[in-house]
Design a protein around this ligand. Structure first.
Ligand code: DGL
Length: 270
């Protein structure tokens, strides 16, 4: 059997990245881990996010993954730079690819980033963007209520509109032409964000570009799946609340997620 790609997130949000991998790399097997017992990571300290991420990477390695995608922006910001130096298999996050796309699409060089408190405080997108082009100016805004709103299913709802207007209203003063959706959950309320920002602001979803980078990386290492025209194997693991995960995953993913392919594990053991 072809070795799978490991994908992890603090919870269900990373399924937006898994969905993109399924779409662009339909021959690859996937093992997804969602840390549903310990979500959110966005409000936790860098040390805690690093400890959690290390445990997940250890777990994924027991599944013999050939590469790992850190589908969580917060973990990509706070843990990936350290973990990258600790393991032998390729591991990528979502930040670099998102920053690269934003750099390519901006015309005015004024870019906005929205994300969790942890991601925005780390200023990682700003650092990445300025390394790519020192003339770029970046404004970041933490939008902590977006994650629970999405998880409660309030995707098209007046409450979400009101909160988004308040968060994004501040960004409108900065005259940005590009906005990075720097959190896994935000692509799910893309329509609301687009409506509020107006059509002159281009929205960047790092999941798309991350998958393109993943494909290039696997090809360079000679580990792209060679098995064509077969059903890929998708396995899901969570640290809590299997049923809630299944119901969310069923809405987000193009394939069937059920009790047979989702298992709960004790991540503290890894
Ligand atoms: N997955 C996280 C991220 O992309 C959002 C949820 C959380 O705070 O854990 O930053």
């Amino acid at each position: 059997m072809e070795k799978p790609i490991g994908v992890f997130d603090s919870g269900v949000g990373g399924l937006t990245v898994a969905r993109e991998i399924m779409r662009q790399l339909p021959n690859e097997n996937l093992v997804y881990f969602g840390d549903t017992a310990r979500v959110p990571y966005g409000s936790k300290s860098p040390n805690t996010v690093l400890r959690f991420s290390r445990q997940i990477v250890n777990f994924l390695q027991t599944k013999d993954v050939k590469a790992i995608v850190v589908a969580c922006n917060t973990a990509s910001a706070l843990a990936l730079p350290t973990i990258q130096k600790e393991i032998d298999i390729p591991i990528i996050g979502v930040i670099e690819a998102g920053a690269k796309t934003a750099c390519e699409v901006t015309e005015t060089k004024h870019i906005g980033v929205i994300g969790t408190e942890g991601t925005i405080k780390s200023r990682i997108y700003t650092k990445c963007l300025m390394e790519l082009d020192s003339e770029i100016t970046v404004v970041g805004k933490a939008c902590p209520l977006f994650v629970p709103l999405v998880e409660e299913g309030l995707v098209e709802d007046r409450i979400t509109d009101d909160i988004a207007s308040r968060y994004l209203g501040e960004l409108k003063d900065y005259d940005i032409d590009t906005l990075i959706l720097g959190c896994t959950h935000y692509p799910l309320i893309r329509n609301t964000i687009a409506r509020i920002m107006g059509e002159e602001v281009k929205l960047v979803n790092p999941a798309y570009e991350t998958t393109k980078s993943l494909k290039t990386l696997l090809a360079e290492r000679g580990i792209l799946s060679k098995e064509k025209n077969r059903e890929p194997i998708y396995e899901y693991y969570v640290s809590d609340a299997v049923e809630r995960f299944i119901s969310f995953a069923d809405d987000v993913l193009p394939c069937n997620v059920n009790e047979e392919n989702v298992q709960s594990i004790d991540i503290e053991e890894y």
